[in-house]
Each structure stands twice: as C-alpha cells, then as structure tokens.
Write a new protein. Structure first.
Length: 277
C-alpha cells in the first residue's frame, strides 16, 4: 500500500453524497470540464504515461480493492511527489465515479493544456498531422495513438467538433495524448504558418487519382484529414499543395478515418526512413 505519515494519510471517501464525488460526476460533461479547464483520466496505463510525460495531476482518486496489479502504490507515490492530492475511495464510491465498465481503481483530475502553433519547436523536417472537424472522440484518440507510433512531431486540430479531453478520446489515445503535442488553431493561422515554414499541406481524399504510394514525400509535410462523414471541406482541398488517396483494391471506396490516418502516417514514416530524413 501507499506509504504515508500521520500528516499525509489520504482522505477516504465513503459517501456518494460527498461534494468531491458530485464534482467528479459533473466533470463528465464537457461544459463543466471547459468551465474548470480540467479533464478526467482513468486507468493505470494512462496514469503512468501522464507521470512519465510530466503532465500535472491535480487530484487522484484510488480504490485498492480494484487494483489489478502490484505497482499501483509506486504510481501513487510518484503522483504524490509530483504534487497530486490523493483521495482513497470505498469500492462503492469508486464504481460511481468511474466511467469504465471495469475500473482498475485509478481516476484523476488534470488541467487542460492548450498549445498554439508557436509551441511547435523548430524542426529540420516537420512531420505533422492536421485533423479537420473530426467528430468522434474514439477516432480522435486512435489517431493520436497512431501519430505517436509513427513519430509525428505534432497533431494540429482545426475546426474541432469533438473535445480532445473527452474521456473516450483520452482512453482511446491510451495515454499518447500526453506524449504528442496537440495544437489548436484555425485554417488561416495554419496556412500562414505552413507558408512561412515551407511545409507543404497534403490533403488526404478518396476523390483523386494520385496515390500516396506513387509519390515521394520524405520532406516536410502536414497531412490533413477531414471528418468521417464529409471529408475535408472544399476550401481545404483548394488550398492544399497536393491531394493524395490510398489505393483501394476491393469494392470499398474508402476506409475509416482512423485507419486511413494510420496507413498514411506509416507510409510517410517508411519513405522518410528510406530517404534517411
């Protein structure tokens, strides 16, 4: 168990009517999260990645009866050293505040961190993913995971429909939300930045005959992808430097947007490695 001193024993929550429990329930709504500028994260893997990436944690709620392994006390110590306030919960309370069907006894409140284009570091060969109007939190989280896996330098959100701090997005990202810089800006800001930095904008669309696999794209690039239903808006298509599609060999004319993102990013990574860039 967590090592404590008499002055640092975590407060134990056992009442479902506790104000902290009520606050956690309210934070399931985006309006409340945005008002407080915080979000919820749940699960051991997500917590360890937040800790490793030094993402600040304000409050951590835990239930030893629901722990799945033996390393949770070490995680709690790490969170405590980072400045998190710890609250032990009864099993009934934790099952109430958890949003997962099978909770593992760890839930935290963390501040939302907002980054702009100016937070992208100077890069010799930028590799960026631009997401325009993505509707589903699960898709957004999965694309963050693919971006991390493919070594993308930053993910840029434009015309956001869903909330990157939605619990389902955080969960689908499996903690990669904490490792990949997520930038928020509008289209005009991005276009100006790309022109100033010499970064071509590549529009992914099924409505072109130019296949990604037939192009050499080992230099700077910002890959733009649109929503699952509508794709990229026409203004984005018109302002892109190049349009590309994935080759399709069956009867389907398109793939799920998160699947497309993974294929595109890994093909670009392959080309970059092959070219030594």
């Amino acid at each position: 168990m967590l090592k404590t001193t008499p002055m640092s024993v975590p407060l134990k929550l056992s009442s479902l009517q506790n104000p902290r429990v009520k606050r956690l329930m309210k934070l399931r709504k985006r309006s409340q999260r945005d008002e407080e500028d915080v979000f919820l994260l749940e699960g051991y893997r997500e917590m360890t990645r937040a800790l490793a990436c030094e993402w600040p944690i304000e409050e951590l709620y835990f239930c030893p009866e629901l722990f799945l392994g033996e390393n949770e006390p070490e995680l709690l110590e790490g969170m405590k050293e980072q400045g998190a306030k710890l609250f032990e919960c009864s099993e009934a309370v934790f099952r109430k505040i958890a949003y997962r069907d099978r909770p593992d006894g760890l839930l935290a409140i963390a501040p939302q961190l907002h980054l702009g284009l100016g937070d992208i570091p100077d890069l010799e060969n930028p590799f960026l993913l631009v997401l325009v109007g993505i509707e589903k939190p699960g898709n957004l989280g999965t694309m963050l995971r693919s971006a991390d896996g493919a070594g993308v330098d930053a993910v840029i959100l434009c015309e956001s429909v869903t909330d990157v701090f939605n619990p389902n997005c955080v969960r689908a990202s499996v903690g990669t939300l904490f490792s990949v810089p997520v930038i928020e800006c509008d289209r005009k800001e991005l276009m100006s930045w790309c022109q100033a930095q010499g970064v071509p904008l590549l529009a992914a669309t099924p409505h072109t005959e130019r296949k990604l696999t037939e192009m050499s794209l080992s230099g700077p690039v910002a890959v733009a992808m649109g929503s699952e239903m509508h794709g990229l808006p026409e203004v984005w298509m018109n302002e892109a430097d190049v349009q590309v599609c994935l080759p399709m060999y069956g009867i389907a004319d398109s793939l799920n947007v998160s699947s497309c993102a993974a294929i595109l990013l890994y093909e670009l990574r392959r080309q970059r490695e092959q070219a030594g860039t």
